[in-house]
Structures are given as C-alpha cells and as structure tokens.
Design a protein around this ligand. Structure first.
Ligand code: NAG
Ligand code: NAG
Ligand code: NAG
Ligand code: NAG
Ligand code: NAG
Ligand code: CA
Ligand code: CA
Length: 943
C-alpha cells in the first residue's frame, strides 16, 4: 500500500471493530441481519397486497430465501429483488469503510443523538425518494442507515439493561432515546482478565442508564472519559486503558459475545421495524417496487428520439413503431415499470419526461414533430446521456436517428453510464441504405437542411457505444421500424439471459463461436448484425446447416431479417453446445439469448483482507492488477458457480478467476489481472434439475466492463439541501505511470450547477484529490436524485475512469409528529344486538404545524373505507369505515406529507372504551387526543 494511502490504511486497520461482521462466519453479520429482515417484511407486504387484491398467498417455506420469496410475491423473476438487496447490503457494509471513524454511524462513544439523527434524516430521505420513485437512491440511503441502527444493539448496553424489544425511539425524532448516561458518569469497571461478564456498573443496569463503548485507534491518545466502557477488541486502543475490556457483541468472540445472539436478534427486529415504517409511509406497491418486486419487467423503457427536420419522413414511423411496441407490452410480464422520453435536436435536447402511465407516454411521443437541426450532426449523445443518467439500473434504451452524433466528446461519458447502469442501448438508424439516399437526394429541401448520409465512421461511433451497452446498431429503412422494434421487444423480456456475445472487425479467417443451451433455457435466438458472408450453425447432435438468408429447417424454427439485423429462432430440443462459424469481410456482431430464470448479477469490488470485507466499486476496477468480482446467482437456491472468466468482447482473450463461495448465492472471484479493453463476464456453473440431476449452464453479462490504469474514489453524503453548496471530494490514484488528468463533471439535469478543477496532475503512488461543488435550484423537491458523474481522462497509458454518485435532495423538515386519528362516532357490534355490521367515523388530522395528512389507508380489515378531505381543511381527512361484525378488527395507517406514520387500530366488540380497542398512533400526544376523542365518543356513539 502506498504511503499516500496512510489515512485510508489506518481506517482499514479497524478490522472487525465497528459492527457485526460482514463475511460468513458462525456469528450473525450485517448481511444476514439485513437480508433476514428484508425477507420478513417483504413477505408481510406481499401477503397484504395479495389479500387486498383478493388473491391467495402461499407463504414460502422457512427459512425464507430470495428466490422463494420472489416466487411467493409473484414477481416475474428474482433478479431485481436480489439486486435491490445487494445494493442495500453493500451500502450497509460500506459504512465500516468510509464512515469508520465517525462514531455516530456506529453508536460508539455514547453518540446516541448523532446516531439517531443519521437514522431519522436518512429515513425521511428514503421516504421522499420513494415518493419520487427514485428507488435506487432509496436503497442506497436505506443501506447506510441500517448500519447504525443494527450497531446500536451490539455497541450499546441496550441488551445488558434487560430490553427484549428494539428501541423504537431510534426511528423517531420527537421522543427520548432513553436515559443516556451523563458524560461524567462512570459506566464500567475493568474486566476481570478476559472475563467481561460483569464490567458494566450495577447502578447503570439498575437505573437502566444507556451507554455505549468508546473506541479509538490512535496510540496514546484516548478520547475515552474516565470510567467509561470501551468497545473492546484487539484494535480498540481505549480498551487497554482503565476501565479495561469492552462491551461489544459483534461476534461470539467479542467481550460481550455471550449476548451476541440476543443483540443480533434485536437488530433483525429493529431492521424489520424500520422497514415496516418505510412500508407504511410508502404503501405496499411502491415499497415492493423499491425492493425490486413488481409485476411486469420492473425495468424502465426509454426512447431517445431525433426530432430534427430530416426526421420528418421518419417520425411518423417512429411514433407508429413505439406505440405498437408499448401497447403490445401493457398487461404482459414485459410491461415496463416506467417510461422515459428524451427528444434531441440541435442545439437543443430534452427535456426529459418520465411517467408510469403508458398512455401519457404515447401521447407525448405523438406530440413530437420534426424541425430544425441546422447542420448534419445532431445532439444524439446528449440525449442519450440525459436518458442514461436518469434511468434506473438495467433499462432498455432505444435511440432513433438518421444522423451522426455532433457531440462525439460525450462518447466516454455515455459508455461510463452504460457500464454503471448495465443498460442496453439499441440504435435504430434510418436512411443509411442506397435506397433512402436516392430518395433523399431527389427531395427538395430548404437551404440549410441537407440530406442525411451517415458515413460508416459515424456508424462506428454508435457501434462502439452499442458494444459497451450489449446493444445493437440496426441500420434500416423507416418502413422497417415497426418490425425492428417488435423483434427487439422480444429480447427486452425480463427473464432474457445472454448465452453468447461477440463483436468482430474481421481478419481473413473464419471464426467459430460456441454457446451452451441448458434445460432451463427456452426461446433460444441468435442475432446477427452486419450481414456476414457465410454463417454455418451446428447443433449438439452435430447437424450443420448454412443459415444465410431466410428459411426454416431442421435447426431453425423461424428466421427474420430487418435492415442489417438477422434473427434466428433455434430448435433446441436437446441441451448441449452449439457452434456458429462465421466468414465475413465487414464488421459483425453475434448474440445468442434465451429465456431462463437462472442468471447472475456482478459487481467489481475491492476486497479488504484486513477486515475480511469488500466494497462495491462505483467506478472501473484497476486494470492490469489483481481484482475481485462479486457474482450473485439468481433464480435458484441450489445453483453453484464452477468457473468465472473475463472474455474480451472484440477478441477471445480470456482471464480465468478463482471462485470462492460465500453462501447465499454469493461468490467472490479473484483475477490475477483485469483487462483494460471491454470484456464480458462469463459465468459457468451447475444446478440441480427437477429430477435431481446436476446440469451445467453458462451465462454472459449483457453489458461489457473494463479496467482502468487510473482509479477514482468519491462518496455521496446522506442527503443534500437545495440552496446549499455541496462539496464532493474525489481521489485519483495510479500505480505505474503518472500524467495530467482532465476532469469532466456532468449531472442528470442542466439546471444543476457543478464545477471542478479542469485537470489534476497524478503521480504514481500518490493520491491526487480535487473537489466537485454542486448546487441545485431552491425549488428542487425532496426525493430528487442528482446523478453526478465525475470522469477522469489521463494522457497516455492512464486511460479513462469515472465514478457515478447518486445524491438525494432533502428539504429541511420541521414536522416530526405523526397524524392523529380522532373517533367522531362509532356503532359497534356490542351495543346494538340487532346489527350485523359496525361503522366507524374518524377525523384524521396532522395537528398545528403539521404538514397535513397525505394518505390514509386500510391495512387490516375487509370492510369498506371511504375517504374525503374535510371541507373546511384540506390537510384533514374524514374517514368512514363499514364492516361486518364477522370482521371486527380494523387498522388504518395515516401518513403526513413528510412521511410520519400513525397506525390506528379498532375492534368492533371492544367495550372497554366504547368500542375502540387501541389507537397505536405512536405520538405520545395522540394518546391525549385519543382520550379526548373517547370523551366525545362516550356521549356520542351513534353515527
Ligand atoms: C417481521 O416483520 C414484522 C413486521 O412486518 C415484525 O412485526 C416481526 O417482528 C418481524 N419478525 C422478525 C423476526 O423480525
Ligand atoms: C402502424 O402502421 C400500420 C401499417 O401502416 C398500421 O396498420 C397500424 O395501425 C399503425 N399502428 C399505429 C399504432 O399507429
Ligand atoms: C494480489 O493479491 C494477493 C492476495 O490477495 C496479494 O498478496 C498481492 O500483493 C496482490 N498483487 C498485486 C500485484 O496487487
Ligand atoms: C461448487 O463448485 C465448486 C467448484 O467446482 C466446488 O468446489 C464446490 O464443492 C461446489 N459446491 C457445491 C455445494 O456443490
Ligand atoms: C494501462 O497500462 C498498461 C501498462 O502498464 C498498458 O499496457 C495499457 O495499455 C494501459 N491501458 C490503457 C487503457 O491505456
Ligand atoms: Ca445539426
Ligand atoms: Ca406530521
């Protein structure tokens, strides 16, 4: 490790010291705690949703797994659920690295108030992000705040003072956290040798005084006030100062390891509780969407459309093709979760339009018309960049144009965004063929407007981007657009997997490619662009056919050709290896896809041996040196990875990795070197089929990755207030050659202002740093995501790297109290023997200074709930509930405009309070309100 990494090196030394562990061991770690709670609450939400929709719900067998929960939730597949969980967990784990010295993030040093502030402000941000449907930003913030929440149970004496339930006050801002020890109050005595079972002082335990362990790593400098407990463990240097020892319960081997299981169980319950709070504030459907569970593909569908004059003859065809495509997907398992439209012109592009309503989306496309554009080139990459920086992970993006890109300088930024989002971009380029050129030349045009002729060099730019995107460049006539979008649409299926992917600028010799079809795969297709001179195909039985041109035969069940794209549907009765031999003189691409539940997710990570943990990179991994990849299998609980290989996309150079299983479908894969040319990830493994046989499978990543000789690091804050200037420090490193590095910073909205140094000098082994400053307009709503891309391009061998950060906007909040349910009247099932139904009338308000009631919903009971705004007060909701006496329990959730939640429960037979069993609004004040309401109620029990 280079000397410049001194401070980082110091941080890394805090091995296993600031929380539950990370990688598997016999002790419970942050990963297991988080996953267990997510699975638990997901099952509850899916059950509630199924009941609300009148569907049966079959709970998955215990213990829950991601795959089984996704099935129970009727999710199309488990990939997005897994992705969400991985994202939440990796942010949780990262807290131990980037916030290692911030005591509040670990509830060390009795920093209870600071710790709770992190949790509650992050919780508000998560809720605001969900309102704006910015689910990925919500996952990241959620992961960050789960860390301190879980650490509380390991690092404080909450368990030792006898608590059996989680501390609910950690997720509220307006209550007392507990009886916190005064800074001068002694809390511990020294351990008796290794025995720390009695080191907390008796008066602290008797009076239930809350304390936590102090932690310090700097020799001879103690931050521990006298008489205070230490965290403990070999790295905590405060633990050798009187009182010695420690109180943490991170593992069974910790000083208070005998309480590890209780602490971990409380951490699971507390995690369930905060997730439940998010669920209530968000509503079941968006809550599940945040976790990657939804009907349909769960993806975003983005159209980036050229609206310049030359498209006038194409735009109607684009409108026709896109609306047929969208209509064909609505109501199917491929229906997207959201839609994004970005028009581009020259010199304008945008604005971006995002919606979940297909009709609104089609109408917006229909409103586009073609004009302007000036010279030949158009701002296609600007449009694409805007779409990519706003699109969620793994989106499908269609770009329609007939022109070269005028903004070629954005190429590397666009590729960076594609790599990060693992999105797939299809370029549909009209007017490249001889036919259209002739047609266009004959057309009389206004002075400035020239006919478009997109040269092969210009196509190459799109091809380079498509290669990075795992997408395709399809050159076609406008009357082929409808057909082309239909064919591509078949590929944007949510359970599509990639079996083969290659792109060649050919030499003389024919090349042979292989791909494997397994028993889990169906609907196998081969896609070829570039019209190779000869393609021959051999099936697993050894039957070979030349497949140029159309026609079906013993190997092919259907064949389609549109523009330069040929697709073949293969007859795959037998599993086994297929061979494709290609002879070509012009560039071509090959892809084989199939539908299968079995797939994988991958992230490059930095493995940190001293802590036995890893950090997911938001940038390219370091090239030409060791690297680690985290591979997660999805769609099976029994599948195993046997081999992982990095395959350069434009050649067949391969780097084989060493696979280390981590449990729960996770595998760390170590490579001696990471290529700096684009490569795909090839995962091979085995899975047990229904008849108990082990079968093998092969999957490729859909998009490419690459390493860089330059590494970049930066970290987003928890949230960001409009009107303030946010400083984001970033760090650059190189191992071998130094040089000048130019810095480019971009965001996902032209209204945001960013600045950064235009260049930095980087020397080998020395960390260079810079700061990006960012500000957003004052009226930017809470829950907005700012996507910040910091790109560094070095001279010579340094190459390019980038980091993509999501920063969440949160406006200041002063409403910390939950809404209150007041009973106006009730007719219960006890007072009136003749009734078979009961009725409840409520006034739900948010109190003075409250932001107002946003939403009231029924979470238990199958009666009917009628809601309306109070005529005299738009912040108040009047609710009437009617149910049969056979359904005596009712529970409502009321949410205010900043996400504070109250639950109000009622029972039709309860006579103790005139029919109201309990109101579990969590504000202490609400009990007063309830009592007042009851007073009113006793005299007024007829509706
Ligand atoms: C599961 O979640 C529910 C709330 O959704 C909670 O009441 C329960 O305690 C949780 N169980 C565990 C083991 O955390
Ligand atoms: C698209 O065009 C085809 C053929 O021209 C026509 O049959 C179809 O109705 C059009 N679809 C839409 C949605 O406009
Ligand atoms: C590669 O990894 C091993 C162990 O993980 C480490 O000891 C070695 O120093 C690394 N090599 C380089 C060049 O970083
Ligand atoms: C998974 O594959 C690896 C590598 O082939 C093997 O060592 C391991 O035993 C397998 N694990 C299981 C559970 O089959
Ligand atoms: C990275 O550096 C190596 C030499 O150390 C060089 O061979 C390689 O081309 C460089 N990569 C890039 C992308 O410049
Ligand atoms: Ca132009
Ligand atoms: Ca409120």
């Amino acid at each position: 490790m280079s000397p410049a990494l001194g401070i980082l090196g110091l941080l890394l030394l805090r091995s296993g010291a600031e929380g539950f562990g990370i990688l598997p061991g016999s002790s419970q770690d942050h990963l297991e705690i988080t996953e267990e709670a997510i699975l638990n609450v997901t099952v509850q939400a899916c059950r509630a949703l199924a009941e609300a929709e009148g569907n049966d719900f079959s709970p998955p067998p215990q213990p829950f797994t991601i795959t089984a929960v996704a099935v129970a939730c009727r999710s199309e597949n488990s990939k997005r659920f897994q992705q969400a969980i991985t994202s939440i967990i990796s942010r949780n784990v990262r807290v131990d690295l980037v916030q290692a010295l911030n005591a509040s993030f670990h509830f060390d040093d009795e920093s209870f108030v600071g710790g709770r502030d992190i949790i509650t402000s992050g919780l508000r941000t998560v809720k605001a992000n969900n309102v704006q449907q910015n689910f990925e930003a919500a996952q990241e913030i959620l992961g960050m705040i789960l860390h301190p929440l879980q650490d509380f149970y390991s690092h404080s004496n909450w368990v030792e003072i006898g608590n059996e339930f989680p501390n609910s006050n950690l997720i509220r801002s307006d209550t007392s956290i507990g009886n916190i020890a005064d800074v001068t109050r002694a809390t511990c005595r020294s351990c008796d040798g290794d025995d720390c079972s009695n080191n907390i002082l008796e008066d602290i335990i008797q009076e239930q005084i809350l304390t936590s362990g102090y932690f310090g790593i700097i020799p001879f400098v103690s931050t521990k006030p006298s008489g205070k407990c230490s965290h403990g463990g070999a790295l905590d240097l405060t633990s050798i100062i009187e009182p010695t020892g420690g109180i943490n319960k991170d593992t069974f081997d910790s000083e208070h390891g005998f309480l590890h299981t209780r602490a971990a169980n409380l951490a699971v319950s507390a995690t369930s509780e905060i997730l439940e709070n998010v669920r209530q504030a968000t509503g079941d459907v968006p809550f599940l969407q945040m976790l990657g569970i939804s009907r349909g593909s769960g993806k975003a569908l983005c159209f980036v459309i050229d609206t310049t004059q030359s498209m006038s003859d194409d735009i109607a065809a684009v409108q026709n093709a896109t609306s047929s495509f969208i209509s064909s997907q609505v109501g199917t398992p491929n229906e997207p979760l959201s839609y994004i439209l970005v028009p581009f012109n020259d010199p304008e592009f945008g604005p971006l339009m995002r919606t979940t309503d297909p009709q609104l989306f089609m109408d917006s496309i229909d409103d586009l018309s073609a004009s302007g554009g000036g010279d030949e080139g158009e701002l296609s990459l600007s449009g694409l960049q805007l779409a990519l920086s706003n699109a969620p992970q793994s989106s499908d993006i269609f770009l329609f144009t007939d022109a070269p890109a005028k903004d070629r300088e954005l190429k590397s930024t666009v590729i960076a965004l594609i790599e990060r989002t693992q999105s797939v971009v299809y370029f549909l380029i009209t007017g490249t063929g001889e036919n259209s050129r002739r047609r266009r030349r004959n057309r009389v045009r206004s002075g400035l407007q020239q006919h478009k002729r997109i040269a092969s060099g210009d196509i190459q730019l799109y091809q380079d981007v498509a290669l990075a995107a795992g997408g395709l460049v399809i050159e076609l006539e406008n009357d082929e657009l409808l057909e082309a979008t239909r064919i591509i649409g078949q590929m944007s299926n949510s359970s599509m997997v990639t079996l083969l992917q290659a792109s060649r600028t050919p030499g003389q010799d024919p090349e042979t490619f292989t791909f494997a079809v397994d028993q889990t795969s169906n609907n196998v297709r081969l896609l070829i662009t570039g019209r190779p001179d000869l393609i021959s195909l051999t099936n697993p039985r050894g039957i070979t056919r030349i497949v140029n041109g159309m026609g079906i035969d013993v190997l092919i069940s259907s064949s389609e050709m549109v523009g330069n794209l040929q697709t073949l549907a293969l007859r795959t009765e037998d599993a086994g290896t297929w061979r494709v031999q290609v002879e070509a003189t012009a560039p071509y691409t090959l892809r084989a896809t199939s539908q299968s539940p079995l797939d994988f997710l991958f992230d490059f990570v930095e493995y940190i041996p001293s802590k036995n943990t890893f950090d997911v990179l938001d940038s390219r991994p370091a090239a030409n040196t060791n690297g680690t990849l985290l591979v997660t299998l999805t769609g099976s609980d029994t599948a195993n990875v046997t081999m992982v290989t990095l395959v350069e996309a434009a050649s067949s150079v391969e780097v084989e990795g060493v696979v280390e299983p981590q449990g729960r479908g996770n595998f760390l894969v170590r490579f001696d070197t990471i290529p700096s040319l684009p490569f795909v990830v090839l995962v091979e493994g085995t899975v047990t089929n229904a008849s108990g046989e082990s079968i093998s499978f092969r999957r490729l990543s859909e998009t490419t990755s690459r390493g860089s000789n330059l590494t970049i690091r930066a970290e987003a804050e928890l949230n960001f207030v409009p009107g303030m200037v946010l400083s984001v420090p970033f760090f650059l490193n190189t191992e071998r050659t130094g040089g000048n590095v130019s810095i480019r910073v971009t965001t996902n909205n032209p209204l945001y202002t960013v600045s950064a140094p235009s260049s930095l000098l980087v020397e080998p082994g020395v960390t260079a740093n810079g700061t990006v400053t960012l500000s957003v307009p004052l009226n930017t709503p809470s829950g907005t995501t700012v996507t910040l891309v910091i790109e560094a391009e070095g001279t010579g061998d340094l190459g390019i790297n980038y980091i993509v950060l999501r920063i969440s906007v949160l406006n200041p909040v002063s409403d910390f109290t939950s809404p209150v349910c007041e009973v106006v009247c009730i007719v219960n099932c006890v007072h009136n023997c003749s009734t078979t139904s009961w009725e409840l009338s409520l006034r739900v308000s948010d109190g003075t200074g409250g932001t107002g009631v946003e939403r009231v919903s029924l979470v238990q009971g199958n009666g009917t709930l009628d809601l309306r705004r109070a005529p005299d007060d738009g912040d108040v909701v009047l609710a009437t509930y009617n149910a049969s006496c056979a359904s005596p329990d009712a529970e409502l959730v009321a949410v205010d405009r900043v996400g504070n939640v109250a639950t109000c429960a009622f029972n039709a037979f309860d006579t103790s309070s005139g029919g109201v069993a309990s109101s579990r609004t969590r504000t202490p004040l609400s009990h007063v309100a309830l009592a007042l309401a009851l007073g009113v109620l006793l005299s007024l029990n007829v509706c």
